[in-house]
Design a protein around this ligand. Structure first.
Ligand SMILES: Nc1ncnc2c1ncn2[C@@H]1O[C@H](COP(=O)(O)OP(=O)(O)OP(=O)(O)O)[C@@H](O)[C@H]1O
Length: 307
């Protein structure tokens, strides 16, 4: 297990910004931490990265505890904080050298690490520039390069694409997906399409609590409850609606108004009727012209959970 978060709580005065959250992240997973403004995403990330002590609870990163082994945790983690603080008047290479030194990278290995990061983060064309001369997208690349300079196992990225233009967003997402092949990644965002595009799994946080945990697909299914299918069947004889209703997996069937031989089929809880509908059509020698699942939009899931 790469990260284990246990009963983590952070109080600012009387406000519980993070309220008794627990979750686990497997090695190699790319997890999206999704929530509206003020949900507690940055606070959680600051605790995982040892930037801030929890009021209650503990986190272990690859077995090291933030309470008893913070130095070990910091070595294992690369962190891109919100707003990506950089030394703007430094040339990229000097900044990466400085980052490597404070992360304790062996002196003899520093030039090679810098070269690798410049290559990996696509900074080659700009590497002669000072950071203040870079576009926002390239500054974000420098932020990612500094986060990875000590080759950590885990990357924590706080809103990595905020403020970027659509082209830069696509490029940074592509880069994060590439990095995710080798590292365990947690990235936070309040934009749903962002986490859907980059992450294997989504944790939704609202008012300091985890309110959902799963793949985009499972979250949709959970919200949907029961499978809903639209089917279009061509039959020369037989009562289609009655036969569909007779299937053991089917709970309700309703004809779609104004469309002949189109039906909405709702399955029983935890059942799918796709194969049964297909087999029924075969046995009755009907033509199954269309069968599509009606999906709950992930936006609706997010809005329901965080409103
Ligand atoms: N240093 C602080 N002192 C007092 N309250 C704080 C502090 N930092 C955050 N908070 C409060 O804690 C809550 C959670 O904030 P946090 O920054 O973790 O949320 P977030 O999900 O990262 O939000 P955003 O998407 O807007 O960055 C908010 O109500 C915020 O006002």
């Amino acid at each position: 297990m790469a990260i284990v978060v246990e009963n983590l709580t952070k109080k600012y005065g009387v406000q519980k910004a993070v309220n008794d959250i627990s979750f686990e992240i497997n090695t190699g997973e790319v997890v999206g931490f999704l929530g509206p403004n003020g949900a507690g995403k940055s606070t959680t990330m600051k605790m995982i990265t040892c930037f801030m002590a929890p009021t209650i609870g503990d986190v272990t990163v690859e077995g090291a505890s933030i309470l008893s082994e913070p130095e070990e945790v910091k070595r294992k983690i690369g962190y891109l904080p919100e707003n990506n603080p950089l030394y703007l008047d430094m040339p990229i290479v000097d900044y990466l050298r400085f980052s490597a030194e404070i992360q304790g990278v062996e002196k003899s290995e520093i030039p090679a690490r810098i070269g690798e990061m410049i290559e990996k983060c696509g900074l080659n064309a700009e590497k002669h520039k000072n950071i203040q001369e870079l576009s926002k997208g390239y500054r974000q690349r420098v932020g990612l390069a500094q986060a990875m300079i000590h080759d950590p196992e885990v990357l924590i990225l706080d809103e990595p694409t905020t403020g970027l233009d659509p082209n830069q967003i696509v490029e940074i997402r592509k880069l994060i997906k590439e990095l995710g092949k080798e590292k365990t990644v947690i990235l936070s965002s309040h934009i749903l399409s962002e986490v859907e595009a980059t992450c294997d799994r989504i944790l939704i946080i609202n008012k300091g609590r985890i309110v959902a945990d799963g793949t985009a697909e499972t979250l949709r299914r959970q919200a949907q409850g029961q499978e809903l299918l639209t089917v279009h069947i061509e039959a020369s004889k037989g009562d289609i609606q009655k036969e569909l209703l007779g299937l053991k997996t089917v709970e309700t069937v309703s004809a779609i108004e104004g469309k002949e031989h189109w039906f909405t089929v709702q399955s029983r809880p935890d059942a799918s009727s796709r194969k049964e509908v297909f087999d029924l059509c075969v046995s009755k020698q009907w033509y199954l012209l269309e069968m599509t699942g009606i999906e709950t939009r992930l936006e609706d899931v997010f809005r329901n959970l965080t409103n």
